[in-house]
Write a new protein. Sequence first.
Length: 85
Amino acid sequence: MRRVARDPSIDAMDSVHLEGGPEALTGAVELTGLKEVIITERKLKIRYGNGYEHFEPVDAPQQSDIGSNEEPVRFRWVGRTKIAE
């Protein structure tokens, strides 16, 4: 898996809860099993098929919540972009 994170505390996330988007990327998702994940403070991009699925946080996690074993951070699907050929 290729992971790019712009915030080291966010990079600690191993799983998230995704709402909307492709059925295979809905519910509890392990990020470590995905091909490419790009994480920023405001967006999560997951390479899926011939494009990227874009998700935004539903509720911003508290600093102490990131990386904990409690509820995974929730993201909502906001769109898709295709990879240029």
